[in-house]
Design a protein around this ligand. Structure first.
Ligand code: PLP
Length: 335
């Protein structure tokens, strides 16, 4: 027990329990146990060598200082070029803000819009940090039901029906953690069309798995809808695509009106992303993408083995994940 007087808000802050599992698995591995850790969402591949080399070179070249809070211009330009290549969209590098991983964008977006009396929607089942930080902000979390029969996509109709005058922000995530679900274009079209009647509602689209789709699917980015650019926060990053979870590098494309606010949040929180990591991030985006393709092909092969194997177990059913690297079971048939 402690006599310290913690802030009330801490009691509302949740966690991502996969980090507890990770710590336990690493402790057991350190004791010499042979561990396969399926607990946390990170590739078991090494960061491609040319990216590692770029990080080392940056340190050797003396990039040891602060960078601009929103990220090196060359990094933000590389992001804009990558988004043009992958999604065919024009992005102003000044609207790109680099942060240490995917998570800071969600934290900052929720802090920017969340407060007591506000409502924020989030996918359920979904990445646990969304609900945690919404509660922490004092806003009311409003779940968006994702159902197996819809391939774990949201229903745009349901999302739009849940909007109230208190709704400030809607969070969506496709391909999704933990279901592997991918939202079909028709549903996104409907959501965007419906949002035109709610111009004060912001949208955060977590596209961190945008490079991991299977069965010939192509990623639909919310950036492809110019009509909502003025309230869209599009989150993506290097962690999953380039097996760089430990480097801590992510970004979002923010609406112009949000950029000064998020930049101030960065300055208050972490100043800037580690400089060498940013150079590694530039090499990742500007360099060859073969390693990404090979890794995704491996995930696809494993996905097929795992899904088939799980479905053979009595009492277990598991849908074919369309994206990301998760297998998710909701139905519990009687064993
Ligand atoms: N968004 C989703 C949906 C995730 O699954 C994760 C990590 O698991 C993140 C964001 C955060 O990624 P990062 O490790 O870059 O903070």
């Amino acid at each position: 027990m402690s006599d310290l007087q913690f802030a009330q808000s801490l009691s509302r802050l949740g966690t991502e329990s996969a980090f507890m599992v990770l710590a336990r698995a690493q402790a057991l591995a350190a004791e010499g146990h042979d561990i396969i850790n399926l607990g946390i969402g990170q590739p078991d591949f090494r960061t491609p060598e040319h990216i590692v080399e770029a990080g080392i070179k940056a340190l050797r070249d003396g990039h040891h200082g602060y960078t601009p809070a929103n990220g090196l211009p060359a990094l933000r330009e590389a992001v804009a070029a990558d988004l043009h290549r992958r999604h065919g969209v024009e992005v102003n590098p000044d609207c790109v803000v680099a942060v240490p991983g995917g998570k800071p964008t969600m934290f900052f977006a929720v802090m920017m819009f969340g407060e007591p009396g506000a409502e924020i929607m989030y996918p359920n089942p979904g990445f646990p940090i969304y609900e945690s930080v919404i509660r922490y902000s004092g806003a009311t979390p409003v779940p968006i039901a994702l159902r197996e029969e819809n391939g774990f996509s949201f229903s745009a109709e349901e999302v739009l029906a849940q909007i109230t005058p208190k709704t400030r922000l809607i969070i969506i995530n496709s391909p999704a953690n933990p279901t592997g679900g991918v939202t079909p274009k028709e549903e996104i079209d409907k959501l965007v069309a419906g949002l035109l009647d709610h111009p004060k509602v912001a949208l955060m689209s977590d596209e961190i798995y945008s490079n991991m789709l299977y069965g010939g699917r192509k990623h639909i980015s919310l950036l492809q809808y110019p009509e909502i650019r003025d309230r869209l926060i599009m989150l993506d990053g290097w962690s999953k695509t380039y097996a760089m979870t430990g480097w801590r590098l992510g970004y979002a494309v923010w609406p112009e009106a949000c950029v000064p606010h998020v930049t101030r949040l960065c300055i208050n929180d972490h100043s800037c992303v580690n400089a060498a990591t940013q150079f590694a991030g530039i090499a990742a985006l500007n360099g060859p993408q073969d390693a990404v393709r090979e890794m995704v092909a491996q995930f696809d092969a494993r996905r097929q083995v795992i899904v088939e194997g799980l479905n053979k177990l009595k009492g277990v059913t598991c849908t074919d994940a369309a994206g990301a690297f998760y297998a998710f079971q909701t139905s519990r048939a009687q064993a």
